[in-house]
Design a protein around this ligand. Sequence first.
Ligand code: PLP
Length: 368
Amino acid sequence: MSTVFNVNSLARENVRQLVPYMSARRLGGNGNIWLNANEYPIAPDFQFSEKTLNRYPECQPASVIQRYADYAGLQPDQVLVSRGADESIELLIRVFCEPGKDAVLFCPPTYGMYSVSAETFGVEQKKIPTRTDWLPDIAAIENNLDRVKLIYICSPNNPTGNLIAPAALRQILELARNRAIVAIDEAYIEFCPQHTTTRWLRDYPHLVILRTLSKAFALAGLRCGFTLASPDIIALMLKVIAPYPLATPVADIAAQALTEAGINIMKDRVEEVVKNRTYLQQTLNELAMVEKVFPSETNYILVKFTDAEIVFRTLWEQGIILRDQRRQAGLDNCLRITIGSRNECEQLVSAISTLGSQAQPLKETENP
Ligand SMILES: Cc1ncc(COP(=O)(O)O)c(C=O)c1O
């Protein structure tokens, strides 16, 4: 006689309740134009130079750390490399937050992994919505700092595309002094490098900066990110990181991407993305279905449509995959669109304008 064994009954309560992060890949789609994950549209070319795959890799490959430190203008002991910035988001919770006791704070609408990582570890989340201009509500943050050990601020923010004003960042850092870590997520900072907060590390021992090779470096598939912080914070994170977080080929390619030549290629790529972004913003602004194109400091734009459902579904069926943001606080009718190649931008505009001309008569009959 067999009884039905439900393995879920063994799982931790918070894991049973957990809604996993719906990454672009998990959401699927049958696309030929992928504009939903803020990736670069063309794969960069690399050759493997490191073939000693019989050996375990270094935990923190010296050449990768040294080159990133040089690139960021810091010392190697201020840099940690991990399996994407996502791993760093999680490591910070593992280092600083006691489940059931401490809390993390962040300001929606923002990047989804702060919530998922806190949930996974059973750490309380304080969600302090941004103001209508998408800047943090400083007074509300101040009133909710009880038990908060870790504050995530995404700048430029995903999905809204705006920078968080330096004055607001400093106010948060002052509020958190001696009581919480402030992690500024600079995943998109290469698109506005003058706004990095790396120089602030001297003044704020509780500041942590998150970086990635997934965006301007065009290496999302590599899974390589960085944490910049005081040597003391880096030492704590090294206590909990996996023994071999980076596969040998990952370290090999990351080191190549961070040479002077690699960094110059990245900068050219940023210029091209910014040009395409301007083109897309200008042309979308003229379309009937578009209510508002928000300014952006990144490789994506947030767009408010008159009917986002129609745009999202119709383009999805045509193989143009966008990111639906309608469930995020304050983002009714908003879709996030990654800046693709010029050709992809043109196809996108053409698909939406066709839609607009089909939808127009409908709108007129609705509103005589
Ligand atoms: C704001 C932000 N932080 C972190 C990440 C994750 O970066 P990685 O690919 O290095 O894990 C992303 C990816 O989209 C992001 O948008």
